[in-house]
Design a protein around this ligand. Structure first.
Ligand code: DX5
Ligand code: ZN
Length: 220
């Protein structure tokens, strides 16, 4: 199923409640929350208290993307804060298998993400634990960067891996998604689409949501 996961990284943080309301009204399937620690990526964003506030503001599932070195020590904090999908980077820990087992044991959906330079084979022995593979289509750390077309082949490889092993996890793309790149990513086989600046750095959130949803055939 096609899903849209607006990233609040480009929202106005002083009006976060309303910014979330706008995408919810516009047909968002998830709210994508980017957590950055200034170590794994060269930027800081928000922490678990913000996730908690968002949780009490919307019924939509929270798609929490941890761009954090050694996420182990914070997994339970983000689950308690209200994450529904918890995504960790395969590069962020020497113990990715254990990390995914731990997320699974918390009873939330398990996501694993690949930086642009990380090959698909990095997840080939983890597939039984995964609900969602997040293919980064920019270098993580900032909103508003250009989509990396090299990642389309990677999305296709993840689709092939899923087919060979007969799994049914979602494939999410994150970074540089707009009305053109969403189409390329969809054709490559992605089915969950994160978009931040395209939605929020615009005169009309409603219009941008409509455009993206119609690209996915979701307009009601
Ligand atoms: C980047 C984040 C993205 C970011 C995408 O590190 O993971 O979720 O918000 O922003 P855009 O859509 O502007 O590329
Ligand atoms: Zn993200």
């Amino acid at each position: 199923m096609m899903k849209l996961s607006p990233s609040i990284l480009s929202a106005d943080f002083a009006n976060l409640g309303n910014e979330i309301y706008l995408v919810e009204k516009g047909g968002a399937d998830y709210i994508h929350v980017d957590i950055m620690d200034g170590v794994f990526v060269p930027n800081l964003s928000m922490g678990p208290d913000v996730v908690k506030s968002i949780r009490s503001n919307t019924k939509l599932p929270l798609d929490v993307h941890l761009m954090m070195q050694n996420p182990d020590r914070f997994l339970d904090t983000f689950v308690k804060a209200g994450a529904d999908i918890l995504t960790v980077h395969v590069e962020s820990t020497p113990h990715i298998y254990a990390m995914l087992q731990k997320i699974r044991a918390f009873g939330v959906k398990v996501g694993v993400s690949l930086n642009p330079g990380t090959p698909v084979c990095a997840i080939s022995n983890l597939l039984s634990l995964i609900d969602q593979v997040l293919v980064m289509t920019v270098n993580p750390g900032f909103g508003g960067q250009a989509f990396l077309p090299d990642m389309l082949e990677k999305v296709k490889e993840v689709v092939r891996l899923r087919e060979i092993h007969k799994y049914s996890f979602d494939i999410e793309v994150d970074g540089g998604i707009d009305e053109e790149t969403i189409d390329l990513a969809r054709k490559a086989g992605a089915n969950v689409f994160v978009a931040g600046s395209y939605i929020y750095d615009s005169p009309s959130v409603e219009e941008r949501m409509d455009i993206l949803r119609s690209c996915l055939g979701l307009v009601s």
